[in-house]
Design a protein around this ligand. Sequence first.
Ligand code: ATP
Ligand code: MG
Length: 870
Amino acid sequence: MKSQDIRAKFLDFYKSKTHQIVPSAPMVMKNDPTLMFINSGMAPFKEYFLGNGTPKSNRIADTQKCLRVSGKHNDLEEVGYDTYHHTMFEMLGNWSFGDYFKKEAITWAWELLTEVYGIDKDILYVTVFEGSDEDGLKLDQEAYDLWKEIVPEDRILMGNKKDNFWEMGSQGPCGPCSEIHVDIRSDEEKAKIPGADLVNMDHPHVVEIWNLVFMQYNRKADKSLEKLSANHVDTGMGFERLCMVLQNVKSNYDTDVFTPIIREIEAITNAKYGKDEKADIAIRVIADHVRAVSFSIADGQLPSNNTAGYVIRRILRRAIRYGFTFLNKKEPFIYRLVDVLNEKMGKAFPELKEQKQLIQNVIKEEENSFLRTLDQGLVLLDRVIEDATGKEVSGAKVFELKDTYGFPEDLTELILRERDLSYNKKEFEKLLEDQKGKGREATAIQADDWVVLLEDEDEEFVGYDTLETDVKLTRYRKIETKKEGIQYQLVFNITPFYPEGGGQVGDKGYLEVPNGDVVYILDTKKENNLIIHIAKNLPKHVHETLRAVVDKKQRERTAANHTATHLLHQALREILGTHVEQKGSAVHSKYLRFDFSHFSKLTTEELRDIENFVNARIEGKLPLEEKRNRPVAAAMADGAMALFGEKYGDTVRSIRFGKSIELCGGTHVENTGDIWHFKIKSEGAVAAGIRRIEAITSDATKEFYFENNRAYYEIKDVLNNPKDAVKAVNDLKDDNAKLRKQIEILLKDKAKNLKGDLKSQLEEINGVNFLATKIDLDQNGIKNLAFELGGEVNNLFLFFATANENKVMLTCYISKELVAERGYDAGKVVRELGKLIHGGGGGQPFFATAGGKNPGGIPKAIERVKEYVK
Ligand code: ATP
Ligand code: MG
């Protein structure tokens, strides 16, 4: 059965059981402080399990793109080494939200596997939660009895808390689960060891394919469990593993999901899959990672240096490195695999197809830059090896290579091993742990349980229409972070506060408490569909009606920037072309930032045209036309623009100003005239094929012009108020150039005299004409001087030190004949003596320099350098 058919059969089956089939949510989470990537099928539905929203159906099924590379689920290091864990994979799942429970979940799963897919019952095992003393839970008898009706008892195995009790996080909904495992070993192997002994033992051919989770408890902050008011079902089946079973192969990589990519890797690298274990691992790593990275980029997450972007960059770098080391690919090639990937998956996932070009460009650029890093790292590593005294290199050096230069430790290890060296792993790991610990501590949140004051399902947002209103506190909780200390999260029955989202910052403001107190709202965020207001303290009278007031000035400025962002988007597509796709935006009160796909730097004319385009629409005073609760199809028919990687509900809000129509949840001005003026402040590249514009509007532009004007008059003042300031500056520049020329001539003269002087100071030691001294010349002057002396005197060894405002330079020149005959090395001299001036450097054996910042080390350096010729 082809993979496409396997996927379709799953969805058809649950459709026949009256499930609503929904598309996969984007894999990259936006605006969720608790999760970077979707790591299981249930993640997009978290809010329903928490009771913060109502699903459109209480039976849903889908295939969900998942990524397990960080946090609770991290399979990255397994990938490539085994044949059944991926970074990105599809999870087929069916859900019941307070509807059916164990009976249906179990019997349907069995029916699908054995009757629809026709899997031989004899290769299946199931597990049941055995209970846990620590939680006071007994065996999941209900599940056991249900399985007993369809599976022989010797195939029902007991599972412990680790494998068979599923928790969403340290707090929240949880419950026992039943897993289904397959044993695809040969009869011969089965005769030797029974399959039951290998379940959950990391055997590549006895693997879990499906996990049925029965959510029936809630884990509280004090770790105790309480029963949920309604029971839910959450199941997840690995699509690639299912394909492995149904296609009768022994590895996910031998299914039609991966073989086309592997054939392409073989064609490009001339490697043959299945010949050599190391090359095989590399091929699997690359085949897997190209999917993860391509889908992330398609969902709007580009490789970068922070958080989610960095995770993606690391995945891609892992692939590049395996190609570099084990397949000997020293030039970019992974981007070339995107074509086959698209042929295979572009139909089921159109976001891939439509952004293929962008994905290729981004990957190629990343490959180029990391290959350069690898080259540099190799040079640095050579130096580390050269300086090594014993058989072991320090862990700190290896850590520095990784941390500062992105040079991976396993590659370092490999190269060291080739030279018969190793490194101090303990020291390295300690440094790595320390660094991780620092990051964790800074972000770790200690959250108390919610204190519920009022049961209220929907926290209505009224902030499109009003900026202040009376509210009731429905729940609150205390949180503590290292950075912010103790804070309170407040939830109201209704709120005018806009929660951070769609690139727009959250509202700030305050609460008026009846006793006259004011509680400041520092930020507003959305978490699992709850609008959370963050305050430093709790209002004294939590049961009373409070007046919630949004900071109007900040909101108005933010709204002006948000509307300007839409007009900018329109301008870019109009002026540059419709290939422009929004790739991220940040709408603050003081400025806006807009990232978009485009392949070249914008010209001055283009930037001017864009500004003019936006300003024309501001001057045109276009009114806001807002439509709420519009069916997606109707909004799209109006010509609204939807963004890739954004999750839309069935109904949407559309925002129109003239011909600009976007699906958007943000806040906007009533009329474009309110923006007053739009000014681009910068344009630049963020990644290959992605440009960034930063701009300002309204009050900020006034300040901007005011500041520029002030600077202009200040400059004029400094220049003694010339009529033409530009001419005055140019005259100054000309004068400056003339003076520089004159100084250069004078310095040359000085050097000439100096040369004579120095020559007379040369001392003969062991047949070497030696001189070490402090002199007062610039770097270029010293170099010229050294080479001129070298041309006139044989067997020369010069060592010069200069100090200039705490910048210290050491220069060493050694005649080539000395280098050849006696093995002197100027690079080694400056590297070693460089330590005395708290610096370092290098160069070639006949000429090298080092820079540092400790002038106090100069006398010692001059004294010590003699030792090299003695
Ligand atoms: P395993 O023990 O094999 O790592 P798991 O217990 O982590 O699996 P779940 O979190 O229960 O798995 O996920 C549900 C299903 O998703 C699994 O039964 C499996 O088929 C699939 N799955 C989990 N992790 C991966 C992965 N990294 N790559 C491919 N499929 C996976
Ligand atoms: Mg796992």
